[in-house]
Write a protein that binds this ligand. Structure first.
Ligand code: 3QA
Length: 228
């Protein structure tokens, strides 16, 4: 099977590439794609650059050009729930765009006509992840993930997102990737390790924990590929 693995930042895919050998590099449509093999699967790995538009482009290219059959997003996120600590792993059950606002027309936040607020991930991939977590004694929590083109670094904004969508974690790419995958009927799994708490120290925490948390996520994904 051909599996795509996507990160937003270079730091999110570096620990994946470090575990692979015979990597082929392909430049296409403004990004670099890395091809490698792992436990009988062909992998196509890329980072999109930050944000919903960039990640939607890269997810579309992975799907249409590289013909991937499943997509796994690996990276970091800001934690909303009090019980989420730095380094904790969450996987998305559903995702939404918190910065999409047609409320002036009476629409709920996150909604545009002919689309929907919540995009779901693939239940089979989620089940595999739960099994991998159990086998390795890892605490993996399900989460509603809110995505938007903003780095959230205030309790006020964080609490609005929490109250409006019941979201458990925040990032900037998952929901746009989930939207792409729903159009192409492509099974998606979104994994994120917490790098900060989206509060007023989020910027400092992020800089401090990006690399270690990205590695936690990447290592879980490697274990997951072996179970697919
Ligand atoms: C944002 C990265 C983007 O890809 C989303 C990290 C972790 N904590 C978050 C938070 N709010 C929103 N998203 C996140 N990723 C980091 S921008 C820093 C760039 O620095 C998830 C995420 N609180 C580059 C050096 O200047």
């Amino acid at each position: 099977m051909t599996i795509g693995i996507l990160g937003a930042m270079r730091e999110e895919i570096t620990p994946l590439l470090a575990k692979l050998s015979n990597i082929e590099e392909i430049n296409y449509a403004g990004n670099t794609y890395y091809k490698a093999e792992l436990s009988n699967h062909n992998l196509v790995i890329a980072y999109s650059k930050i944000g919903k538009v960039n990640s939607a482009i890269t997810a579309s290219v992975l799907c249409e050009h590289f013909k991937i059959q499943k997509l796994i997003f690996s990276g970091v996120a800001g934690g909303i729930d009090e019980d989420l600590n730095i380094g904790d792993l969450v996987y998305a059950t559903k995702l939404l765009q918190h910065d999409l606002d047609l409320s002036a027309f009476g629409h709920p936040y996150g909604f545009v006509p002919e689309s929907k607020v919540f995009f779901e991930t693939d239940s089979k991939l989620c089940e595999i992840a739960i099994k991998v977590a159990k086998n390795n004694n890892i605490d993996l929590k399900p989460a509603i993930i809110a995505s938007g083109d903003q780095f959230i670094a205030s309790n006020e904004k964080k609490n609005w997102i929490k109250d409006t969508f019941k979201a458990n974690a925040i990032e900037m790419e998952g929901a746009s990737v989930a939207n792409v995958c729903s159009h192409f009927d492509l099974p998606l799994f979104v994994l994120r390790a917490i790098s900060d708490s989206a509060n007023d120290s989020a910027d400092m925490d992020f800089d401090k924990f990006l690399e270690t948390s990205a590695k936690v996520s990447a290592e879980f994904v490697i274990n997951m590929i072996k179970e697919i």
